[in-house]
Design a protein around this ligand. Structure first.
Ligand SMILES: Cc1cc2nc3c(=O)[nH]c(=O)nc-3n(C[C@H](O)[C@H](O)[C@H](O)COP(=O)(O)O)c2cc1C
Ligand SMILES: CC(C)CC(=O)C(=O)O
Length: 354
C-alpha cells in the first residue's frame, strides 16, 4: 500500500532542492509544522470489540453533497511545478479516489480545465487582494467553471517568514505561473504577497463576498473557538481548522489540539474541517472523533504528484481512504457519526467556554 511517507521519500529523490524546501518548510523554526504531525502521532485509539461492525461506512455529507470518504485535497499553489498537467492531473487523480479538490488562487492551470478533469465540482481557495477587482475576477472565473464553494484563507495577512526560502533566495521555476490571475511578477511568493495581499482584512470581508457571490464561503485558518463563533456570525458556511501547514505562525497550535474546542463552539451549526499533518487513515478517524466532518490533505498530495503524477495522487488518496475503513473496523466504528471523542485516548477536553 503506498503511504504518505513512501511518497515523501520518492518525491525527495526527484524534486529540485529549493522546490523541496518550499514545500516541506514552514515559518520560523517550523514548530507548527512538527506540532501538527506530532499531535497525530500521540493519538492512541480505544477500540471496542464484538460490535458486529465488519463493513463500516466512510460516507459523509458536506454542504449538501455526498462524499465517498471524508477526505479532500488542501489548496496548494502551483501544481505545475510538480507535474506538467498540474492541477488537471491532481483533479483527475483525486476524482478517481472520490475526493474533492480545493483549488488555490495560485493554481497553475485554468479553472475551466481543472473542472473538466473531475466529476466532483472543485472548490476555490481565495486570497483577498488589495485590488478587490482581481479577487472578484478570480471568483467569477471559478463560478463560470462550475466551482461550488469558496474557501477564504484568513491566516495570511502577510506570508509567514519561511527561513528555508530566505536562505535559498527561492524563486518559482521558469514557466510556473498563476493561470487565473492577471499578468504580474510572481517569481518570489514572499515578495508578491507583500505587495498584493490585503493585510487589513476583517470580518466585513464576508459581507463583501456575499454581495458579489451566492457561493457558500468557508473560512480557512481558524484556530480559536472565538473566531469560529465570529465566522458563523459573519455568515460563513463552515470553518477549516488550519495553521496553513505550519507555514504562517511558527507558534501556532497543532490543529488537532484545538479541534475539540472549536467543534464544541460550533456545535453542529456548520461543517468543521481540519488540515495539517493528516497522513494516515487512522489520523482521519482521530480527527472525526474529535469533531471534524472532513479533513484536507496537503503536502503528501504534492509528493505523490511529483513522484507518480495523477496516478500517484489517486493511489495515495485511495490508500488513506482504505486505511480509514480498516481503522473503523478495528475500532468497532460503524460510521463517521459513531466516531466520538471517547475513541481517542489522552486528548485534552475543550478549554474555552463561550
Ligand atoms: C506548497 C504549499 C502551497 C500552499 N499553498 C496554499 C495556498 O495557495 N492557499 C492556501 O490557503 N493554503 C496553501 N497551503 C496550505 C495548505 O492548504 C494546507 O493548509 C496545509 O498544507 C495542510 O497541511 P499538510 O501539508 O501538513 O497536510 C499550501 C501548502 C503548501 C505545502
Ligand atoms: C503562493 C503562496 C502565497 C501560496 C501559499 O499559501 C503558501 O505557500 O503557503
Amino acid at each position: 500500500m503506498p503511504t504518505a511517507l513512501a511518497y515523501q521519500a520518492a518525491a525527495h529523490e526527484v524534486m529540485d532542492r529549493h522546490l523541496w524546501d518550499f514545500v516541506e518548510g514552514g515559518a520560523g523554526d517550523e514548530r507548527a509544522v512538527l506540532a501538527n504531525v506530532h499531535a497525530f502521532d500521540a493519538v492512541r485509539l480505544r477500540p471496542r470489540v464484538l460490535t458486529g461492525c465488519g463493513e463500516p461506512s466512510t460516507k459523509t455529507r458536506i454542504l449538501g453533497r455526498h462524499w465517498r470518504t471524508p477526505i479532500a485535497v488542501a489548496p496548494m499553489a502551483y501544481h505545475t511545478a510538480f507535474d506538467d498537467g498540474g492541477e488537471v492531473s491532481t483533479a483527475s487523480g483525486a476524482d478517481r479516489a472520490g475526493c474533492p479538490l480545493v483549488v488555490s488562487t495560485f493554481a497553475g492551470r485554468r479553472f475551466a480545465d481543472i473542472a473538466a478533469a473531475t466529476t466532483i465540482a472543485p472548490w476555490l481557495q481565495l486570497y483577498c487582494f488589495k485590488d478587490r477587482s482581481v479577487t472578484r475576477h478570480v471568483i467569477e472565473t471559478a463560478e463560470a467553471a462550475g466551482f461550488e464553494v469558496l474557501v477564504l484563507t484568513v491566516d495570511t495577512p502577510r506570508l509567514g517568514r519561511r527561513l528555508r526560502d530566505e536562505r535559498n533566495g527561492f524563486r518559482l521555476p521558469d514557466g510556473v505561473l498563476p493561470a487565473n490571475l492577471p499578468p504580474g511578477d510572481f517569481s518570489s511568493p514572499s515578495e508578491h504577497s507583500r505587495t498584493a495581499f490585503d493585510p487589513g482584512l476583517d470580518w466585513t470581508v464576508l459581507d463583501w463576498l456575499r454581495s458579489i457571490t451566492a457561493l457558500p464561503v468557508l473560512v480557512k485558518g481558524v484556530l480559536a473557538a472565538e473566531d469560529a463563533e465570529l465566522a458563523i456570525k459573519a455568515g460563513a458556511a463552515g470553518v477549516i481548522v488550519s495553521n496553513h501547514g505550519g507555514r504562517q505562525l511558527d507558534r501556532a497550535p497543532a490543529t488537532l489540539d484545538v479541534l475539540a474546542e472549536i467543534a464544541a463552539a460550533v456545535d453542529g451549526r456548520c461543517p468543521v474541517l481540519l488540515d495539517g499533518g493528516v497522513r494516515r487513515g487512522s489520523d482521519v478517524l482521530a480527527a472525526a472523533a474529535l469533531g471534524a466532518d472532513a479533513v484536507l490533505i496537503g503536502r503528501p498530495v504534492l509528493h505523490a504528484l511529483a513522484a507518480e503524477g495523477s496516478e500517484g495522487v489517486a493511489r495515495l488518496l485511495v490508500a488513506v481512504a482504505e486505511e480509514l475503513a480498516d481503522t473503523m473496523v478495528l475500532t468497532g466504528t460503524a460510521s463517521l457519526s459513531d466516531a466520538r471523542p471517547e475513541l481517542v485516548i489522552g486528548r485534552r477536553q475543550p478549554t474555552v467556554e463561550l
